[in-house]
Design a protein around this ligand. Structure first.
Ligand code: KIV
Length: 273
């Protein structure tokens, strides 16, 4: 059917993600921040592409996710959306764009959706932001929650170690997870918490729970693309599996190019006009 409404049945939707959980099919999620990477990630069959605020670290070299701005997240979101055909594109709401009050959060959410054309948003926090989460979902925007290690709160924690190891924090996390589901979130990311706790949350919720450093008892996994591709040699947390050593492959290729240029080997006769 030609017209203004997309008939692309391949696109992953919130509804399809819930069906995947129901039939026990695991959900694969990976970050992308730019067009070229997103094209590869989508073409490889990813279910969800996260335009994470980890772009602050990975793309801009900041120590934390805090400095990235709403405009920068919209820029990354737009670049990714242009490349993606099938995956659901979720954009992180950056620090400072939703914690102030509900209307400010709603205005930020609407800007990201209108300007990036993403499919959904992700927000860090539970009870503290539940009013804003409800407002945003109430306006028709799908929201994914994020609990456990919440990098936007790094200055409160003072460390990136495993969260919710003690009973009080674990109890709050379970309560927050239920609050987010009741508020209408279509999914939840759990970062760096004990596997047994993540397994319990995934079993209690009907929405998909995606883990990073949260074990394999959840409904899916998310990683940062540059980490799993081995582009960053210095970052090797226990939860990370490196599927390639792109740092070595890229360094070898680039240093060969440097010596080819210096040795007058590049370009050769066939590589010129
Ligand atoms: O920003 C990000 O990349 C994330 C993932 C680590 C879940 O939030």
């Amino acid at each position: 059917m030609a017209g203004y409404i997309s008939d692309d049945t391949r696109k992953v939707t919130t509804h399809r993600l819930i069906e995947m959980k129901q039939r026990g099919e695991k959900i694969a999620m990976l970050t992308s921040y730019d067009y070229t990477m997103a094209q590869i990630v989508d073409g490889a069959g990813m279910d969800i592409i996260l335009v994470g605020d980890s772009a602050s670290n990975v793309m801009a070299g900041n120590v934390t996710t805090l400095p990235i701005t709403l405009d920068q997240m919209i820029y990354h979101g737009k670049s990714v959306v242009r490349a993606v055909r099938r995956a659901m594109v979720v954009v992180d709401m950056p620090f400072g764009s939703y914690q102030g009050n509900e209307l400010e959060g709603l205005a930020s959410a609407i800007r990201i959706m209108k300007e990036s054309h993403a499919d959904a948003l992700k927000m860090e926090g539970g009870e503290e932001i539940i009013g804003t989460v409800k407002r945003i979902i109430g306006s028709g925007i799908p929201v994914m929650g994020h609990l456990g290690l919440m990098p936007q709160s790094i200055n409160k924690y003072g460390t990136y170690t495993v969260r919710a190891k003690d009973e009080a924090e674990a109890d709050k996390l379970v309560r927050d997870a239920h609050l987010l589901e009741e508020a209408g979130c279509f999914g939840l990311v759990l970062e760096k918490i004990p596997a047994s706790l993540a397994t319990r949350v995934a079993a209690e919720l009907t929405i998909p729970v995606i883990g990073i450093g949260a074990g394999n008892g959840v409904d899916g996994q998310v990683l940062v693309a540059q980490d799993m591709l081995g582009m960053n040699n210095g970052f090797r947390p226990r939860f990370l599996r490196r599927y390639a050593d792109l740092h070595t492959i890229m360094t070898d290729a680039i240093s060969t190019y440097v010596s080819d240029v210096k040795n007058l080997d590049f370009p050769n006769e066939k590589e010129q006009y």
